[in-house]
Design a protein around this ligand. Structure first.
Ligand SMILES: [Zn+2]
Length: 158
């Protein structure tokens, strides 16, 4: 038996990640004995069917993350188009007097369209950006779980 003082970072990192069968979470913290997500106690040994179940869930999360990232990209594209239209209408709203630009006509329809376009465009881009960030994070964690579960699947067959 190794003394407790030797349980440094190197040893902790060698502890394989564990899985919560109840909520399909992968737990990378070596210290926790219970699932930090649902509170159920964790077992170190998983049956092959439990591994498959966790793996299936991880794949579903990966697909969901992919769909969400595509959806977020849609928002960004639509937002960019709205923003471009808005900026274009700012130029249309410019007022000329004696062939010189004297400013923006704030009471014109063009300026109204510009405001709507820029507002909607920025909103879509911000929403899309936040959703894209979340989706990428979700996919990364799912892919890490898939990798870990894949290694686990191969071992018992030897
Ligand atoms: Zn759990």
């Amino acid at each position: 038996m190794k003394p407790a003082s030797q349980k440094g970072k190197e040893i902790v990192s060698n502890v394989p990640p564990r899985f919560c069968v109840d909520c399909k979470s992968v737990i990378y913290e070596a210290e926790s004995e219970t699932c930090p997500v649902c509170g159920k106690s964790l077992s170190n040994v998983l049956t092959q069917s439990e591994v498959s179940l966790c793996s299936k869930d991880a794949h579903n999360r990966d697909i969901d993350g992919y769909n969400r990232s595509q959806n977020a990209l849609c928002f960004i594209v639509i937002g960019t188009i709205c923003l471009a239209i808005g900026i274009f209408f700012v130029f249309l709203a410019l007022q000329k007097k004696f062939n010189k630009i004297v400013g923006v006509n704030f009471l014109s329809l063009q300026f109204f369209v510009a405001c709507i376009g820029i507002g909607a465009g920025l909103t879509c881009i911000i929403i899309g950006g936040i959703n894209l960030y979340k989706a990428i994070k979700k996919r990364k964690s799912a892919q890490r779980d898939i990798l870990v579960l894949g290694n686990l699947k191969e071992k018992p067959s030897k």
